[in-house]
Design a protein around this ligand. Sequence first.
Ligand SMILES: [Zn+2]
Length: 369
Amino acid sequence: MTLTIGVDIGGTKIAGGVVGEDGQILARARARTPGDDAQRVEDAICEVVEELRGEFPVVAVGVGAAGFVDETRSMVRFAPHLAWKNERLRDRLEERLAIDCFIENDNTAAAWAEYLFGAGIDRPDMVLVGLGTGIGGGLIIDGRLYRGEYGIAGEFGHMRVVIDGKSCECGRSGCWEQYASGNALVRNTKDAASKSPERAKELLAFGDGTIDGITGPQITDAAKSGDEFSREMLAEMGEWLGQGLASLTAVLDPAIYVIGGGLSDAGDLLLEPAREVHKRETVGSGARPVAAIVPAQLGNDAGLVGVADIARRAWAGADPDLPRKLRVGDGALGVHVRVSAQDLARRVKTRVERKRRGLHGAVITEDDR
Ligand SMILES: [Zn+2]
């Protein structure tokens, strides 16, 4: 079994795992995300990888990060929470770790994991919508990972849903994530609680008692235990979710929407209103089938598992954005397709370096010559 390491860079922690072809995590390591200092984040990634590969013969490393990752999985063009701008992360990690590395957007990786091992199994037209502080996304089209020409497809959060609407961190206004995301939920709930504090009494009892201190998980907890105010807030969020999904359906007509991210913990309290609005607002409603809207299954592991699998396939020359028949899981492991001369040179370099350092996987295969 070919093993790879997946590393997921979150806002507070860097989670790594050794992942097998079946998506199972064999070992884990983690480090705290050291603020937004790019150098220290890189150090922490290396520590996590070194800890894991001491025990397992891994062939490649995948790193998932929130942000725009270029089409060659080498460079982080821009990351909202890290000081990375056109950062050649792949080169730097390969230099330090002497192993093939691949960078991927975290939601794109999560989509791939849900498609292979989670809620999207056998649904080759699947859309993942990650509801965190903002909205991220990933696309599976006809069984392939769709990344777009420049690697940036699936940034649904910045689809405009309201002209001259709420201003967004991206510098524009009316973006979907300003209406349907963890941040939007907390902001709306604080506003509503300030206007009618008596309605928010039960909700406040679930947190530190202040309106300022209201958090997303607190709203979900209160709603689950029956608090009407919190339920209304989540339902409103679900309606905005459904509105945006109806637009996506008009473009993509997928079989299934897999809803991930922290906000998806709310389950049907969020998804049922989304389903209703999505069905009603979809073009041709009543005369066509519409996509199912289901919660993600892999939770916090989706990004890690997905990016580890992407790294394994990319390492084998069978990228998941190639046609399905060339996928490793269908028996194409070892079929080296679309490996550029540059990638070959890179691969030989990392393996020679590995051999020099006496690390696992130092063999240079025929394919590399
Ligand atoms: Zn925006």
